[in-house]
Ligand binder design. Sequence first.
Ligand SMILES: Nc1ncnc2c1ncn2[C@@H]1O[C@H](COP(=O)(O)OP(=O)(O)O)[C@@H](O)[C@H]1O
Ligand SMILES: N[C@@H](CCC(=O)OP(=O)(O)O)C(=O)O
Length: 382
Amino acid sequence: MGAVSAAALLGRDQLPGAGRIVVKVGSSSLTTPDGHLDPARLGAVVDVLAARRAAGAQVVLVSSGAIAAGIGPLGLAARPRDLATQQAAASVGQGLLVAHYTRAFAAHGLTVAQVLLTAEDTWRRGQYRNAHRALTRLLDLGVVPIINENDAVATDEIRFGDNDRLAALVSHLVHADALVLLTDVDALYTGPPSRAGSRRIADVQALDELAGIDVTARGSAVGTGGMVTKLESVAIATQSGIPVVLTSAARAGDALAGQDVGTWFAATGRRRSIRLLWLAHAARTRGRLVLDDGAVRAVVERRTSLLPAGVTDVEGTFEAGDPIELVDGSGAVVARGLVAYGSEEVPQLLGRTTADLRAELGPGWDRELVHRDDLVLVRRRR
Ligand SMILES: Nc1ncnc2c1ncn2[C@@H]1O[C@H](COP(=O)(O)OP(=O)(O)O)[C@@H](O)[C@H]1O
Ligand SMILES: N[C@@H](CCC(=O)OP(=O)(O)O)C(=O)O
């Protein structure tokens, strides 16, 4: 089966031929407003995916809904806001969610697997390899993996919170041919769908075309990121060569059949490092390094590593390997990177040449603060 496509799908009409797809379905498409699973709507999504499996495609399902499905059984009045209660609700809801999926897929003769991931599992090398190996083996065995974030163990700092970006990283992880984002609106609109005059956007060749559209309106009471995180997900996928279709769960069948529904986002880039995609679009940074003008030019124009000599200040608390921001003298972010030292070690290095540091502190202290392979530039608004 076409695990790694030679070339990206060029349009929605090629979707029926996709060999491996990742489908993400949001909480609002699976649950009732009073915090219970809606077996009819869940079953409708499963019917569409099972048909796709029967046609020979491999399908990975990224399903939200654990927290929303835990609200009713726990007798909560609304979606909890604090992390501990969210984790409790997710732990209750996740079991119910997978029980429903297991039954619904079994009715089509299909076996499912539950895979719970944290953000780090999608980009840290060791975890990434394990997740990749497990998922590809499951797909080869004909299983439908059902992925969710491991809400019960993810802390506030490392948590995605929404599954949109997780789905894009999973698409990269499994070398998907396409990502399908299913939500409670049938497409991306020029403004909030409820506002008169908002129009459906059918095709997006490059995300720059979306300047000016309004995605700020909050979504459903149970969903998390609204359209903002969906567009971040689209950026991650399309920039690494994976096209995206965004539509409603009710239109999933039509979308997978290649019909003119939803919004099609063309692939714009080629497959690239998942670590850098995560760093650019999904990582929560832990601190900042302030760069002098020479260091900004070196990093931005000459794409060099960041050396301690060009850094004037350090903010925040972080450990070696953590994501941080690189800012210029005015505080504008110029890049994001994985820092090679902890924040407690940095002050003694500032403004010093690597030769001085080696002479005074010893070998190992002359390494880059942020290596160029661990840097992504942030486009600055002029
Ligand atoms: N420009 C827009 N086009 C379409 N939907 C939008 C737009 N701006 C905001 N939204 C909202 O985004 C919501 C979907 O996000 P969300 O509730 O997080 O869904 P899910 O639970 O499926 O992840 C829609 O209900 C819609 O009201
Ligand atoms: N992991 C969480 C996902 C949170 C969530 O609501 O996401 P989404 O509906 O995709 O915006 C859960 O299963 O509840």
